[in-house]
Design a protein around this ligand. Structure first.
Ligand SMILES: Nc1ncnc2c1ncn2[C@@H]1O[C@H](COP(=O)(O)OP(=O)(O)OP(=O)(O)O)[C@@H](O)[C@H]1O
Length: 262
């Protein structure tokens, strides 16, 4: 089967005055359509750089990235993105934050004014799916951090992207809220069926959510390990408290320890 996302032998060097920063080195990973992949690795190993490459924000120095058979040569429209900071615009209501990509991304942009009511209904339905029924007319500063991150997920998904790119989206949340948001993401993914690349420091998060976990070496980031997560779907949160789950987390933690020492 051909891969939906194919990251093939990619090298990235940020040019700079002092000889540049070698961020990624001959990194290859591929994902099937609908797959949930997590990328873990020591701090500074190039995880966010990988996100920038896949979304076409920076070009590789070597190698190539293909999505749905097309080589990435510029910003990728079929990707939705969410980051550690929800980055909601404080002067826009929740619903207007969610609708923002539709005002920018074609073909929605040209239809937006004419079909605004339909889009608003879709945004409200998405907000209800993540537990924010009734919050559409609030402002971001009226919501908790976890609620803001739910809004950020809705904004990333409103244009029905085939690929969702997540860079530490839950890192700033407390442990309980984080687990709640894992379940929100799990349910959205199961319902809608997009492909996901999740960058995270949290090995439990990767093990709970992903089909496969890719571990990177210390900078320059190389692929050192791919771990298949064997737990069946749908995955209840209780799986995180099973011995087999803890074994995988320990195995990953030990490997990251080795990788950090170089
Ligand atoms: N625009 C840039 N210009 C120069 N160097 C950069 C740039 N962006 C990132 N880097 C460097 O590239 C390396 C990889 O950075 P990146 O943010 O991809 O790592 P990361 O694994 O996401 O880090 P962390 O886990 O700390 O979030 C780092 O040494 C960083 O300082």
């Amino acid at each position: 089967m051909t891969a939906f996302v194919d990251i093939d032998d990619v090298t990235l060097v940020y040019k700079g005055a002092s000889g540049g920063v070698h961020a990624l080195d001959r990194f290859s990973v591929s994902l099937q359509k609908g797959e949930f992949a997590a990328v873990v690795g020591p701090s500074g190993c190039g995880k966010s750089s990988l996100m920038k490459l896949v979304t076409g924000l920076v070009p590789p120095d070597f190698g190539k990235i293909q999505i749905a058979g097309d080589t990435v040569r510029g910003p990728v429209k079929m990707a939705g993105m969410a980051f550690q900071n929800p980055n909601l615009l404080p002067w826009r209501k929740v619903i207007d934050n969610v609708l923002l990509p539709l005002e920018i991304v074609q073909p929605h942009r040209s239809r937006f004014r004419r079909e605004k009511e339909r889009y608003r209904e879709e945004a409200k339905a998405l907000l209800a799916t993540v537990g924010l029924d009734g919050f559409a007319e609030r402002f971001p500063w009226e919501l908790s951090g976890g609620m803001q991150q739910r809004v950020s997920l809705c904004r990333a998904l409103i244009h029905s992207p085939a690929l969702l790119m997540l860079d530490e989206p839950f890192a700033a949340l407390d442990a309980f809220t984080r687990e709640e948001l894992w379940c929100v993401l799990r349910d959205l993914w199961q319902k809608i069926g997009f492909t996901v690349i999740l960058v995270t420091h949290d090995l439990r998060e990767a093990t709970f959510l992903a089909d496969r976990i890719h571990m990177m070496s210390a900078r320059p980031g190389r692929l050192v390990l791919t771990k298949e997560v064997p737990f069946p779907r749908p995955r209840p949160i209780e799986v995180c408290y099973e011995a087999a789950f803890t074994d995988i987390v320990h195995e990953l933690r030990a490997k990251i320890g080795e990788v950090r020492k170089g």
